[in-house]
Design a protein around this ligand. Structure first.
Ligand code: NDP
Length: 305
């Protein structure tokens, strides 16, 4: 029987630890502060941001939600970032992506003070991560490592195959796995014979953005499957391809008109040794790691670690 790596339980444990750290910082007169910038009205972004603000409140982290209108200019956002960089009570600055098309997102993310870059997207943090120096690591990749470690899944010496090479997931996950002494292979859209490579994986991380892309034939029996993908199935045809006859999913589809699926075909999970479900896996760790990064930023900026 494949073991389910329960994102909710792991996220709760991390949040508990973060809350304890917040309590310890309070005894030193420090309250970590997170500024979340949400531009315009993207419904998915609004849900993510609400989760981040709520988690901050639960853990005793000060948070500020700043909501510039959709027509805001790059210059105005640069002025906002400069203000947040200068404010000592703000330890973390998060600009919710995607930004409207008129905004130069790269220049804006680069303008965030690296010490406050709790998303870990700044090139300085990416470089530090690569060089094995203390860095704020991107939240989702850091969450993947926490899942493996806290579940007692060995990483050192294992062959980890990462499918996807984005700057925010694939590449940093691969670097973090390398730092944990895995033998790492990174695959992407130009990889030849992908299935041959993925079948060698002891740990397979899928960060592709294609529903159920990794099929049962592409995995080794007993492998650990980490599914980062979040995709929506919104048509009956798509739904039936993966979930026909699955009562729980049928009920969700009837209620909401869509269901969420990862990048791994759920039928592959049955062959695995352990896997992260979607929903209920990696996604839940992302906010927990953002909270951990905010507390870490507060400590690092004050020389506490
Ligand atoms: P990107 O679109 O930036 O990257 C996708 C990667 O997948 C690329 O490197 C691409 O290769 C590779 N890829 C695409 N098609 C294929 C293929 N046919 N064969 C092999 N590789 C392929 O996506 P992200 O990294 O931002 O996100 C990946 C997934 O993770 C998405 O589903 C996203 O929603 C989810 N996600 C989940 C988060 C969470 O908290 N759970 C957080 C962030 C993302 P190439 O570089 O060659 O184009």
């Amino acid at each position: 029987m494949a073991r389910i790596l329960d994102g909710a339980a792991l996220a709760a444990a991390i949040k508990q630890e973060v809350a304890e750290e917040v309590g310890q910082l309070a005894t030193r007169g420090v309250r970590p502060g997170l500024a979340v910038v949400l531009v315009g009205h993207n419904p998915a972004s609004e849900i993510y941001v609400r989760g981040k603000v709520q988690a901050s409140a639960e853990l005793g982290i000060h948070s500020e939600l700043i909501t510039p209108p959709a027509e805001v200019t790059t210059e105005e956002l640069h002025a906002l970032v400069a203000q947040l960089n200068a404010r000592d009570e703000i330890d973390g600055i998060l600009i919710q992506l995607p930004l409207p098309p008129q905004i130069d997102s790269k220049s804006l993310l680069d303008a965030i003070e690296p010490a406050k870059d709790v998303d870990g997207f700044h090139p300085v943090n990416a470089g530090r991560l690569l060089a094995g120096r203390p860095a704020l690591a991107p939240c989702t990749p850091a969450g993947v490592i926490e899942i493996l470690k806290r579940s007692g899944i060995p990483i050192a010496g294992q062959h980890a195959v990462v499918v996807g090479r984005s700057d925010i997931v694939g590449k940093p996950v691969a670097i973090l796995l390398l730092h944990e002494n895995a033998t790492v292979t990174i695959c992407h859209s130009k990889t030849r014979n992908l299935g041959e490579v993925t079948r060698q994986a002891d740990i397979l991380v899928a960060a592709i953005g294609r529903p159920g892309f990794i099929t049962p034939e592409m995995i080794k029996s007993g492998a650990t499957l980490i599914d980062v993908g979040v995709n929506r199935l919104a048509t009956r045809e798509e739904f039936d391809r993966f979930f026909k006859g699955n009562e729980k999913r049928e009920a969700a589809f009837a209620k909401r008109g869509s269901v969420v699926i990862g990048d791994i075909d759920p039928r592959a999970f049955d062959l695995s040794g352990a896997y992260t479900p979607v929903p209920g896996g990696v996604g839940l760790l992302t906010i927990a790691m953002l909270m951990a990064n905010t507390v870490r930023a507060a400590k690092m900026r004050r020389g506490f670690e």
